[in-house]
Design a protein around this ligand. Structure first.
Ligand code: ADP
Length: 169
């Protein structure tokens, strides 16, 4: 028996409401904290229009750094990366918004700061891959995974910014 196919109608006015709110785990690495860049970095995400729902300064234990970067375990730079991330306090942030994951990666810039575009965090504020100041999740799935890894449930705060209607129609 032949299945009845419904006509596929593209409804542009519905697309906006289908846009997914995502969360990204953004972390200011120990060099960013030591160099006094915390305010500048937070400000870029804040001014862009994303919503901060989690924030803390934190001394990362070795096991957590290893879990966070487990996909890079086989890389030759892995031990130095763990040493770097645990070398001083980091600032952990959870940011929320439509398209925040990809947009945050653009605001952060390329992994190698010498190749990062001017105007990006790494392009403006860093010179070496091993001291590239900030981390940002590379997919919405990893955003969720990393926020669950670095934050306790009660540390995340849902809220509605008053500027919301001025950011999105
Ligand atoms: P990104 O942080 O841009 O997503 P990766 O996931 O590839 O980049 O790497 C994670 C982190 O590991 C980088 O931000 C950087 O701190 C470190 N790293 C990556 N490649 C190197 C390298 N070749 N030498 C030293 N550190 C590296």
């Amino acid at each position: 028996q032949k299945k009845q196919r419904k006509p596929c109608i593209f409804l542009p006015h519905l697309v906006a409401s289908l846009e997914q709110v995502e969360q990204s785990y953004i972390m200011i690495k120990p060099d960013g904290v030591q160099r006094g860049l915390v305010g500048d970095i937070i400000s870029r995400f804040e001014k862009k229009g994303f919503k901060l729902i989690g924030l803390k300064i934190f001394q990362c234990p070795k096991e957590l750094a290893e879990e966070h970067y487990k996909d890079l375990q086989s890389k030759p730079f892995f031990p130095k990366l763990i040493e770097y991330i645990t070398s001083g306090p980091v600032v952990c942030m959870a940011w929320e918004g439509v398209g925040v994951v990809a947009s945050a990666r653009k605001l952060i810039g390329a992994t190698n700061p010498l190749q990062a575009e001017p105007g990006t965090i790494r392009g403006d504020l860093a010179v070496q891959t091993g001291r590239n100041v900030v981390h940002g999740s590379d997919s919405p799935e990893n955003g969720k995974r990393e926020i669950a890894l670095w934050f306790e449930e009660g540390e995340l705060v849902p809220w509605t910014p008053v500027q919301e209607p001025w950011l999105r129609e």
